[in-house]
Design a protein around this ligand. Structure first.
Ligand code: ADP
Ligand code: ASP
Ligand code: MG
Length: 813
């Protein structure tokens, strides 16, 4: 004998019911088929009952939907010749349902007894229709009403199964029933007085387990809409995988903490008889599913699954009167239990000063009322405070048989959540040490589940979610680089880099699943209107783990948004120098936000484009070295200009060419005036640990005042033509001394300066080609011979690759 249970979605439509028939055809042993109500019907019945009790006529609309759905199903599944009997039975049941709802409507009230009676129609109708359909298809199928077999009695205000009576009933009935298939409604039972009772939401699983245990079935099969019990709810975590084999205890723990695929009480009856549970997918019967047996998961994965319960609240009872007084917690739990409130999680501070329990948010008002009433005496005397409720929470739990013997799992759990800015309210570990659970904000659940899943199950493939602002020269190259490196990163660095949002100054577009990078231009051009604040809000609302904001603009306004990201634990990578070269306080604040919220703030490309200058400096300092002096040629643009400028061309033409070839900022004056170099030496000085402002840097500019004072690019270029002879003189003077012109930045003894210098042959700076940069770090370790970093220091390609390198640094963080 096998017991099979088909859940709500498996019986939700005539097509699905036909699938069930095809599944049943493959069986050779007698089977009991337990079915749920058609998907969604239980909710509708409950809602109709509530509306009727509130005297809202809307219940009639729901009833009529239920009617149509059932009658249509009969018409679709059962041949016309056999239809009338079934239709009339279904109609007569629906009439009774209507009368019951009318009763609730006229009395304006619904008792638990009436509610159970109303809700029982879901399973009654589905099981009857399915049994008739199977018989009409020629299968040897009969119908048996579970209310006649499964009996309940009241215990502490709750309906519990009377196993002795139920077992006898089942054995008796099935001894004499020779049908190959017996179809029974799940979820419903009766009390000793024959009142209809129900077994709790999701209770059809339990019904099937009760039959399986009573009849000592070979197996209990739970057929549902997913291919087994997964490492996490597959609707929340796309990468979750079905667990092929799991122990009863692990399955129980996962379902207790919210893995809805199995109703928690289901395991107990079959566990005691050693009957295995097989979870299978009605829509993909070929898939293996999950086998739940008593064999322990020896030597297997430590963490077997992650589950969560939403809609939770915490109740804290605290006060000086609790210390050392025995019985307070006993009273606390008793009063909750008497009010039929189930406690999902308990923690008590070791000081005994407070006890904190997790309950369903729906029970909060009732809990507060009963607890405050029970402790009124103590509250009045100031010994205990009124109970403090906190809503909007969820529990996330890691589960596994072998967790007990492994240290450090909770540390890993909490640091993963911490890195993703998931605030943990309470931590609890079950006495079995088979779970570690914590209470977090409900809004963080999806992020938390995905981050934990990645940490514990995804062989360290880490997903990075990028939000890219600015897709001009640098941004476009950056996106192309990601596209061409996607596979490499996944395979070699175990990084899955996904661009979730992009924006330019006109439009923006988001796609949580990742924007396809071969068509991003088209996607963006048809995106919504760009809006800085909406962009920030969207990034924060999406609340994805490992989020990184990438700023490829040169905009001060965008630089001003970094605190919004960092303070939500979203990392920032930027090639925009404005933030780091703004007032010291602003720079320092960003660095401290990054530390406080565990969100890297990286700006390697601010100095020397893709060259690893800041990273090297950071490593020197972290390893205890001290910077004594920095000498550098940091302007790729000025290098390009002075490497190409001579007496056979004009300064104006060379600057124009530099601008056209992307070697200067969009406003070339920023480079030519030395401001860009000032910003870079400022950032180097700050990263070396010095408090410096841009105004503290001496700028020996070679530009005539008139050029410096121009207000737009055209005027600037015109002024360059006007002062051509001045520029030629600078060139001639250097040439006469056999020197080359380099724009040098220097930092020593807390002071920085920038300016054009004549560099003689043999100097480290003399042979700098094209747009190359060079930095000499003189430190305590590199006192006489400096540490030199040299290479291409400008251009969109190298800048994009520098941003990319920062992204990878965060990936490895
Ligand atoms: P049925 O109607 O067949 O009883 P349920 O909706 O009660 O089905 O349970 C199946 C659902 O359980 C899945 O669709 C899935 O969303 C949810 N679920 C939650 N956690 C898990 C998990 N760890 N593994 C599989 N499913 C899960
Ligand atoms: N129909 C009931 C419910 O929706 C029982 C079940 O489907 O398991 O809760
Ligand atoms: Mg279910």
């Amino acid at each position: 004998m096998k017991v099979l249970k088909f859940g709500g979605s498996s019986v939700a439509s005539p097509e699905n019911i036909i699938k069930i028939k095809n599944i049943l055809l493959a069986y050779n042993d007698p089977i009991i088929v337990v079915v749920s109500a058609f998907g969604g019907v239980t909710d509708q019945l409950l809602q109709a009952g509530e509306m009727a009790a509130k005297e809202q006529t809307g219940y009639k609309d729901i009833l009529s939907e239920i009617e149509t759905r059932h009658l249509d199903t009969v018409k679709e599944l059962i041949p016309i010749t056999a239809q009338s009997k079934v239709l009339s039975k279904v109609k007569s049941e629906l009439n009774i349902l209507e009368t019951l709802l009318e009763g609730a409507y006229f009395i304006g009230e619904i008792t638990p007894k009436l509610s159970d009676k109303i809700v029982s129609f879901g399973e009654l109708l589905s099981s009857y229709i399915i049994s008739e359909y199977l018989a009409s298809e020629g299968l040897d199928a009969v119908y048996k009403d579970s209310r006649e077999l499964i009996k309940t009695f009241k215990l502490a205000g709750k309906n519990v199964v009377d196993f002795t009576l139920t077992d006898t009933n089942c054995k008796e009935y099935f001894k004499n029933n020779g049908a190959f298939i017996t179809v029974c409604p799940g979820f419903i039972a009766t009390s000793k007085n024959n009142d209809i009772t129900t077994l709790g939401r999701g209770g059809s699983d339990y019904t099937a387990a009760i039959y399986a245990a009573a009849l000592e079935a070979n197996v209990l099969e739970i057929w549902t809409d997913v291919s087994g019990m997964y490492t996490a709810n597959p609707k929340m975590v796309k990468q979750a995988k079905a667990i092929t084999h799991i122990s009863y205890e692990e399955a129980m723990e996962l379902s207790h903490f919210g893995a809805k695929v199995l109703y928690p009480p289901t395991i107990q009856p079959v566990l005691s008889k050693g009957i295995s549970i097989h979870i299978k997918n009605t829509f993909k019967p070929e898939e293996e599913g999950t086998l739940i047996t008593k064999s322990r998961n020896e030597g297997g994965k430590t963490v077997r699954g992650i589950s969560h319960i939403g809609n939770m609240a915490l109740l804290s009872l605290e006060g000086p009167g609790m210390v050392g007084i025995p019985g307070i917690s006993k009273r606390f739990f008793e009063v909750l239990s008497q009010a039929d409130i189930s406690v999902v999680l308990i923690t008590q501070a070791s000081s005994e000063h407070s006890i904190c329990v997790g309950v369903s948010a729906d029970d909060v008002e009732k809990s507060v009322e009963v607890v405050n009433e029970a402790f009124a005496y103590e509250i009045e005397r100031g010994k205990i405070k009124e109970v403090i409720p906190e809503k909007g929470l969820a529990i996330v739990a890691l589960v596994g048989d072998n967790m007990k013997s492994h240290q450090g799992l909770s540390g890993k759990m909490f640091s993963t959540l911490g890195k993703n800015n998931v605030n943990i309210r309470v931590i609890a570990q079950g006495a079995s040490e088979r779970n570690i659970s914590c209470v977090i904000n409900e809004k963080d659940v999806k992020k938390a589940l995905n981050a934990l899943h990645e940490e514990f199950f995804e062989e360290n493939v880490k997903q990075l979610n990028l939000f890219v602002m600015g897709v001009g020269n640098v941004g476009a190259k950056f996106l192309n680089q990601i596209k061409s490196q996607e596979k490499y990163l996944k395979k070699n660095l175990k990084l899955n880099v996904r661009v979730v949002g992009i924006s330019n100054s006109r439009t923006m577009h988001f796609d949580e699943k990742g924007i396809p990078l071969d068509t991003w231009q088209d996607t963006l051009s048809t995106g919504q209107k760009a809006d800085k604040q909406l962009f920030i809000d969207r990034v924060n609302d999406l609340n994805l783990r490992n989020s990184i904001f990438v700023d490829n603009t040169a905009s001060a306004e965008i630089a001003g948004t970094y605190p919004d990201f960092l303070s939500n634990s979203i990392s920032v990578v930027t090639c925009n120098k404005i933030a780091c070269s703004s007032e010291y306080n602003n720079y320092a604040r960003l660095k401290s936000l990054a530390r406080e919220y565990n969100a890297p703030f990286l700006f390697e490309t601010n100095v020397g484009a893709g060259l690893p200058i800041l990273d090297t400096l950071k490593n020197l300092i972290a390893s205890g070295d001290k910077v004594l002096k920095i000498q550098a040629v940091l302007s790729g643009s000025l290098n390009f200009v002075f490497n190409n400028f001579n007496d056979s061309n004009t300064f104006h033409d060379i600057v124009k060419r530099a601008q056209e070839e992307g070697y200067t900022e969009p406003d070339p004056k920023i480079d030519l005036s030395g401001i860009d170099v000032m910003r870079k030496i400022l950032i180097l000085a700050r990263e070396s640990g010095h408090v410096l402002e841009i105004g503290d840097i001496k700028n020996n500019s070679f530009l005539p005042k008139e050029s410096l004072d121009t207000r737009n690019n055209d005027d600037f270029f015109t002024s360059l033509v006007k002062y051509e002879s001045d520029f030629q003189k600078i060139y001639a003077d250097a040439k006469a001394k056999n020197c080359k012109l380099k724009y040098v930045a220097q930092f020593e003894n807390g002071k920085a300066s920038v300016g054009l210098q004549e560099i003689p042959e043999g100097h480290d700076f003399y042979n700098l080609e094209g747009s190359d940069n060079i930095v000499l770090f003189f430190t305590e370790r590199y006192k006489n011979l400096p540490l030199i970093i040299k290479g291409a220091g400008a251009g969109s390609d190298v800048t994009a690759s520098g941003i990319f390198a920062d992204i990878i640094r965060i990936g490895n963080f």
